[in-house]
Design a protein around this ligand. Structure first.
Ligand SMILES: Nc1ncnc2c1ncn2[C@@H]1O[C@H](COP(=O)(O)OP(=O)(O)OP(=O)(O)O)[C@@H](O)[C@H]1O
Length: 232
């Protein structure tokens, strides 16, 4: 049974339909990349999966249960964590305090502060620093570590690479190999199509709120993804 199943979901903002009939399925331990141009509906889909927006039609199933329309808080308790676009750290707290905020909705599991410092050793030396004194890449690591400390089953990452240098982005995505496992699936939004394909097991491409391409990352040609992205 898939960990996450989005089944013909429609989401509206008032009268405006932002996504229509979107379906996808993600197994435990797998990484799915969501691809699409500005306004394609990626963030809206993430909002539906995290419970920030309720679908007007369709179902969302997670970890064996129907979670359609459940609020974000209930989904966090069931194991869905979000690394939001822009990181959203607490500016007046230290690195360690920001990480500890992630334990507030903690489930049982293997992620501890030490485990996070093990994956991101740079953060250990910086743990007493104020979060705003860190570089963008280090802040992104804090945001990921904070999410992991809740011991999620599904980690959702919205545009991790925004504003970061390519080498830093590479370093962060390399940690995914250690983060993912039989117990953790990842959904990520990534504007760099080649990178999205490289770091994922499967891709879903959205255009104007609809799925234009879906499949195993290695089975799909880059040219197909590009065509689906622009609607050619
Ligand atoms: N709060 C909102 N109220 C009304 N319309 C919205 C709202 N948020 C997004 N939209 C609209 O919904 C559509 C999908 O937007 P969404 O932010 O999901 O796209 P996206 O693929 O995440 O794009 P981006 O890469 O720019 O973040 C767009 O047409 C957008 O203008």
């Amino acid at each position: 049974m898939p960990l996450l199943e989005v089944d013909h979901v429609d989401v509206f903002y008032g009268d405006f339909q932002a996504i229509s009939g979107v379906s996808l399925s993600l197994a435990a331990g797998k990484v799915l990349a969501l691809i699409g141009a500005n306004g394609a509906g990626k963030t809206t889909l993430l909002r539906a999966v995290t419970g920030l927006l309720a679908p007007r039609a369709g179902r969302i199933r997670f970890d064996g249960g129907d979670v359609t329309g459940l609020p974000a808080e209930a989904l966090a308790r069931r194991g869905i964590a979000m690394v939001p676009e822009g990181r959203m750290l607490f500016p007046s707290l230290t690195v360690q305090e920001n990480l500890q905020m992630g334990t507030l909705t903690r489930r049982r599991g293997a992620w501890t502060l030490d485990a996070v410092y093990d994956v991101f050793p740079a953060l250990k030396d910086l743990r007493q620093r104020n979060a705003m004194q860190l570089s963008g890449g280090q802040q992104q690591m804090v945001a990921i570590g904070r999410a992991l400390l809740g011991n999620p089953r599904l980690l959702i990452c919205d545009e991790l690479s925004l504003g970061l240098a390519p080498l830093v982005v590479e370093e962060i995505y390399r940690t995914f190999e250690r983060i993912r496992g039989a117990d953790l699936s990842i959904v990520l939004v990534e504007q760099d199509v080649a990178r999205a394909r490289a770091v994922s097991d499967q891709v879903t491409c959205l255009l104007k709120g609809q799925v234009t391409l879906q499949g195993a990352s290695q089975a799909i040609e880059l040219s197909q993804v590009t065509a689906a992205y622009f609607g050619e």
